[in-house]
Design a protein around this ligand. Structure first.
Ligand code: MG
Length: 449
């Protein structure tokens, strides 16, 4: 049970009724309030049934240490990130377990710029959380709550202020989205009405009773693929439960995958960028298709450690045009410092409207790669380190990137082996031009021990 409580830079996740005791949410609230020192803090979350239970405890913790709270209700994660900037807030707390199944919930922590806490900030927060040295306030200094039920409308307006959507409004594009009864079920109608497209939303009740596992994978999106295959739509979209991740499906219902969805959006953004020093930042496990798309537009690509916080730091450091994670969505700094599926949908529709091509035609111009993911369980963290150094010496003559585990580069292929942050597990990502080549590399990696 204890190993289902996961705390990292990407947030806390745990299981309701088991590892996620409300006292944990309360102490996260107290620790985060002590860390930010002043309010307000924006609090919102996805549509999970446990939303109120966890949110009330988090808010109670914030109020107890004298922090004012703006409760924006059931919203997407990027909506919380946008409202931090809108209200000039000190930070944000998102009640979500992202793509995890229904029994999970969690808390993502955002800083005053509207991005994930960086490493230093997260360490400061953890110091308060672990030492339990909270700045409890007397009755006359505790925080107060205000509510804003229009945060999603504000978020959509911010997107419309930053991105010209006139081509979408003139396009007569027809859209199908699977919101899986998550945060997208609240946000998508607001966005798609504003974009003036015709649309249908599958699983459109924001009640947190997910119609399928919330991770937007091919296996989990059968209903969406079947509905698209019947015809009548130009593009399909699916999001995870807190709608930061986005995946695109073509007009025939073909699941193009999250890496290609990111490439499809980045391709458009780079095509419209006039700054000659274009830069793209993605994580190390992102497909080479992003490198290909960057080359096409004479942009330089940079790779960071896994995790949105690391990618965002990379984008800030490089002053990049765009970035993202292969397994999860677009970060367009012109609009905000986080993965935002609403921005992704807007960009994808602009690409479609202005190219006057089908999604399948655009995607077919990209080189094709096959990515496989695998993992091994080992008994201790020391064994993980030993395994990584064996990989390093086995591929001694190859170019490597060792920011996060070991990534070995081949011609048109790569192998990335990295430790899990939370468990004695080694994760293996492999990408090659064909499934056979990828499997060959996996067999080779598996034989090293
Ligand atoms: Mg998510």
């Amino acid at each position: 049970m204890s190993n289902t409580l996961i705390m990292s830079l990407s947030g806390t996740r745990a299981i309701i009724g088991e590892s996620f005791k409300p006292t944990i949410a309360l102490e996260i609230g107290m620790a985060f309030g002590s860390f930010v020192q002043k309010g307000p803090v924006i609090v919102g979350g996805d549509t999970r049934v446990s939303h109120e239970m966890i949110k009330s405890a988090v808010i109670s913790g914030l109020l107890s240490v004298g922090i004012d709270v703006i409760d924006i209700g059931k919203v997407t994660t990027p909506t919380v990130q946008q409202m931090i900037k809108h209200y000039n807030a000190s930070g944000g707390m998102v009640i979500t377990a992202s793509h995890n199944p229904i029994q999970w919930n969690g808390v993502k922590l955002m800083n005053s710029s509207g991005s994930f806490l960086d490493n230093d900030e997260h360490q400061q927060f953890m110091n308060y959380y672990q030492s339990k040295s909270f700045s409890l306030q007397p009755w006359q200094s505790i925080g107060k709550i205000t509510k804003d039920d229009t945060a999603i409308e504000k978020h959509v307006q911010i997107i419309l202020d930053k991105i010209d959507v006139s081509s979408i409004r003139e396009s007569k594009i027809s859209v199908l989205v699977d919101a899986n009864n998550g945060a997208g079920a609240v946000a998508n109608p607001v966005l798609l009405d504003a974009l003036g497209v015709s649309y249908k939303i599958l699983n459109a009740e924001p009640n947190g009773r997910f119609a399928h596992d919330p991770e937007p994978t091919k296996e989990n999106l059968k209903e969406l693929q079947e509905e698209l295959a019947k015809g009548g739509y130009d593009i399909g979209f699916a999001q995870d439960a807190d709608a930061d991740r986005l995946v695109i499906l073509d007009e025939n219902g073909r699941f193009i995958g999250e890496d290609y969805s990111l490439a499809y959006c980045v391709d458009y953004i780079l095509s419209t960028e006039t700054d000659p020093s274009k830069k793209v930042v993605v994580n190390l496990s992102t497909s080479q298709v992003l490198t290909d798309v960057s080359k096409k537009h004479n942009a330089t690509i940079f790779h960071t450690k896994i995790g949105e916080a690391n990618v965002t730091e990379g984008i800030k450091a490089q002053k990049a045009t765009v970035g993202g994670e292969g397994n999860g969505g677009v970060i367009f700094p012109k609009v905000g410092w986080g993965r935002d599926s609403l921005v992704g949908i807007t960009i994808a529709l602009k690409h479609l409207a202005e190219s006057k091509k089908r999604v399948s035609e655009i995607v077919n111009t990209y080189p094709s790669y096959v990515m496989i993911r695998d993992k091994f369980t080992v008994s201790t963290k020391e064994e993980v380190a030993q395994y990584l150094s064996k990989i390093d010496s086995y591929f001694s003559s190859h170019t490597k990137d060792k920011q996060d585990g070991v990534k070995v580069l081949f011609d048109n292929a790569w192998v990335h082996v990295r430790p899990s942050n939370t468990e004695p597990i080694v994760r293996v990502f492999i990408e090659a031009p064909t499934a056979e080549k990828a499997q060959e590399l996996l067999n080779e990696v598996r034989s090293i021990n």
